[in-house]
Design a protein. Sequence first.
Length: 234
Amino acid sequence: MTRPVAILIAGEPIESVKASRGSFADMIRASGAASSRSFQDFDIRTGAELPEPEQFAGIVVTGSAASVTDRAEWVVAGEAYLRAAVGARVPVFGICFGHQMLGQALGGLVERNPRGREIGTVRFDIIEPDPIFEAARAPFLANATHVDTITRLPPGAQVLARTALEPHAAVRFGVAAWGVQFHPEMDGAVVRAYLETRRTLLAGEGIDADVLLAEADDGLAGTSTLERFLASLS
């Protein structure tokens, strides 16, 4: 029997996206490589006990509007679970907040990004080859929305990709542990909804939402990283 993939839910998308596309878990399941997979969702914000990581073929950790830096009890517990999963060599894929939580769980440090907010469709540069990029095709675009970043990587972590504002856009944390500081589950319509919702906030930070809206794209190269992860699971 094929083991399921666990989706650790750390947050929800903005209301307009949730109404049209569902939860982050729903968008992950909509990935092209997910059609033949079975998934189990676990909302780690509840603090409920999770099954042993070895019960899963892999683990995906979602994004969140929360901050790893707040050190909420459920974040600390989630980090402990991820350490156990990585130690057991269960494949893990962290998305945005999940990427940060994974990095801090393994000994890194998360702080507010001193370069400022990264939002919209961004170009990333692959600086180290890796299996999660095997399906990626230029232009290397991905959709992002975050204000925090991993400012200090954990021991042994390898940076795979970077953007103009994010030096750790994709990181391999271990034999079978990856994190991306973008949102591979978000397409152009979703990132445009984020830009519209946060237009006033962006203006206050000197960011022109109209420019970013004009540049919004499906970010298929970023999407392919999640698809490659799911396709690689046994």
